[in-house]
Design a protein around this ligand. Structure first.
Ligand SMILES: [Zn+2]
Length: 232
């Protein structure tokens, strides 16, 4: 399985693939916290699932990789099925409830040190029944990790994926800066970090067509993460 590593050894952390060829990975994080679920229940927020992103990727037949939290999957099972059923999409792990794995991570509440391994293992168990292109890729919330967090994941045989192109889409209020952030930094082998969380990343779907056009101009081609990290 893509991203699988030797169980018991500290997982590797990768930012990008080899700087050869023309492939890049578009990755979309699907965050979900208890606070976000509360916002949905109270009607303060309509959706943390950006359907316009899915529609566009499907219509244009663009490969992508989704880093799913367990709580997002449980809130949006139909959309998870839709992602898993697309042969161009890969599924990856973004923790169960988007808790921080280090002490200083964007004010996110922290997962107890003893709970780190179980949190990530549980998330794989939530995602795996959906099938499709499963992976052993994992991304920490806020990309926050240290030696203790990495050691906690050693039993799971996974690869930690950060990324080298940060779109800056969380809580963005305009789409042009996202397009610039991506296109100014993207290169062969790049892993671009975006979000599919709608209310918390409301400009991503507006930026995406311009990002796709800019990639085309640069001769760069989106591919599933596994094909970017481990070219054939
Ligand atoms: Zn996240």
């Amino acid at each position: 399985m893509p991203g699988a590593t030797r169980v018991g050894s500290r997982p590797p952390v990768v930012d990008h693939g080899p700087r050869v060829g023309n492939l890049v990975a578009l990755t979309f994080d699907a965050d979900m916290t208890d606070g976000m679920l509360g916002n949905l229940r109270a009607g303060r927020v309509t959706s943390y699932a950006n359907l316009r992103i899915l529609d566009l990727l499907e219509r244009e037949q663009v490969p992508a990789t989704f880093f799913l939290t367990g709580k997002w999957v449980e809130r949006y099972p139909d959309l998870t099925r839709r992602i898993a059923d697309n042969p161009r999409f890969e599924l990856a792990n973004h923790t169960y409830g988007h808790l921080a794995f280090t002490g200083d991570c964007y004010d996110l509440p922290r997962v107890p040190a003893k709970g780190m391994t179980d949190d990530v293992a549980k998330t794989f168990r939530v995602i795996e029944p959906y099938g499709g292109r499963q992976t052993r890729y994992f991304r920490f919330p806020g990309l926050c990790h240290n030696a203790a967090a990495l050691d906690a994941l050693a039993p799971l045989g996974l690869t930690v994926v950060d990324g080298d192109v940060v779109s800056g889409d969380p809580f963005a209020t305009a789409w042009k800066p996202l397009v610039r952030a991506v296109l100014d930094n993207v290169r062969p082998g790049s892993v671009v970090i975006m979000h599919v969380t709608e209310a918390n990343a409301a400009m991503t779907d507006e930026a995406l067509p311009h990002i796709l056009a800019g990639l085309r101009e640069r001769g760069l081609v989106p591919a599933p993460l596994s094909e970017v990290l481990t070219p054939a």
